[in-house]
Design a protein around this ligand. Structure first.
Ligand code: CTP
Length: 392
């Protein structure tokens, strides 16, 4: 997701400096080229070697010891983004006042790249008017501030000031660096399996983890869309996305059909149950009966309604989970359900579809076809969104 992006990771001297090591590793894993810069105080908290080993190049710490006579301008000019995590009160103060006492502050002042600052300090310091004034000044200048969180601080104190979580920091970085090619589009994504109740404690479901739907919602949000996710598993929903809950096929039908008019694009990634128990027992069915009959009846396939009723400017995307004849089965569903695109995956292959973090898909329209080989579901999500943009 961050392929070919050059990120300067600035680390200033606070106890949260140890978390910069994990941040660096995750940025590198996501494809970024990470140039670490440490303040001299940061060196008291973590070893240079640790950060160097997990970044893309050795740590730089000084304006004077580098072969490059002007390391701050080189770093600042080459960067696509500068991330400072953690940012101490001193670093924030110097940056706001334009004081370049070391390589990190000099790099911050010498760059035109976007800057993401993640403050971490004791609650009293964070709440001090001087720090808040500096934060407001930086915000007004366009610096992205990832607010600290509540929690246990160094010394066992409790309060606001903990460095934001790694996931939150990474999503902010990705949000800044992602091209906004879905701006002004409203996208509805359904995700996860539905749960069809048998009695008050039991239900029928399927192997869907919801991961492909979440990845689609997250990717669309990063690319600038206004995203709503309809899911039976709201707890894992990505940041920035509006969530509507729907447990059963009927509830998903009702929520989607009630709202669909508002959306430019509807992506039906949910694995909606095709069958549900005809009768739902009001009381828990007792095992003492020895056996029980469970008659299943079809749920309504509302993707057909969506396809038939779509507005001319609306794009309707379905999924096809197949175990054989992938493309012909998917093409049949595309036509029968009047879809613009269908995303077909062969869920009998290892690493593909349900419960995996990876997927492999063939995306089919009336007259085109795109294949995305076995990859992380986020990469698949971007491939699907690319195909949608191509046909719109
Ligand atoms: N779908 C739906 N309502 C249902 C069942 C499925 O809207 N009651 C949607 C799914 O969200 C998916 C698409 O239909 O986008 C295809 O689902 P899939 O299970 O692959 O195919 P089915 O049409 O159910 O056919 P079959 O199970 O026989 O392959």
């Amino acid at each position: 997701m961050l392929s070919d992006k050059r990120i300067v990771l600035g680390v200033s001297g606070g106890i949260a400096a140890y978390k910069s090591v994990e941040i660096s590793r995750r940025l590198v894993d996501a494809g970024a080229f990470v140039s670490p810069v440490m303040s001299s105080a940061a060196k008291k908290f973590i070893g240079e070697l640790t950060l160097s080993a997990l970044a893309s190049e050795p740590v730089k710490t000084s304006l004077w010891e580098d072969e490059d006579p002007i390391p701050h301008t080189t770093l600042g000019q080459q960067a696509d983004l500068i991330l400072v995590a953690p940012a101490t009160a001193k670093l924030i103060g110097n940056y706001a006042a334009g004081i370049s006492g070391d390589l990190l502050t000099a790099t911050l002042l010498a760059t035109k790249a976007p800057v993401v600052l993640c403050p971490a300090m004791h609650t009293e310091m964070w709440e001090h008017q001087a720090v808040q004034d500096n934060i407001n000044t930086l915000r007004e200048r366009g610096v992205i501030i990832v607010d600290p969180e509540d929690g246990i601080l160094a010394g066992g104190d409790l309060g606001k000031g903990r460095l934001a979580g790694v996931e939150t920091i990474l999503s902010n970085v990705e949000l800044v660096l992602t091209k906004k090619d879905l701006l002004n589009l409203k996208i509805l994504v359904t995700s996860g399996g539905t749960r069809e109740p048998i009695d008050p404690v039991r239900y029928i479901t399927n192997r869907s983890s919801g991961k492909q739907g979440y990845a689609l919602a997250e990717a669309a949000f990063m690319r600038g869309a206004d995203v709503t996710l309809v899911t039976s598993m709201p707890d894992f929903a990505p940041v920035g996305v509006k969530v509507l809950c729907a447990e059963t096929a009927q509830e998903m039908n009702d929520v989607v059909m009630r709202n669909q008019e508002d959306f430019d694009i509807v992506i039906m990634a949910a694995a909606i149950a095709d069958f549900r128990p005809e009768l739902i027992s009001e009381q828990k069915i007792k095992k003492i009966k020895g056996s029980t009959d469970l008659k299943l009846i079809n749920t309504h396939d509302f993707l057909v309604d969506l396809g038939k009723g779509k507005r001319p400017s609306q794009t309707i995307v379905g999924f096809a989970a197949e175990t054989e004849d992938l493309e012909s089965n998917a093409m049949e569903k595309l036509k029968r359900k009047h879809l613009d695109l269908i995303v077909a995956n062969n869920v009998s292959l290892p690493g593909v579809g349900f419960s995996y973090d990876t997927n492999e898909v063939t995306i089919i329209s009336e007259d085109s076809k795109w294949t995305v080989p076995l990859s992380d579901k986020r990469i698949i999500a971007d491939g699907i969104l690319d195909a949608i943009l191509e046909i719109r």
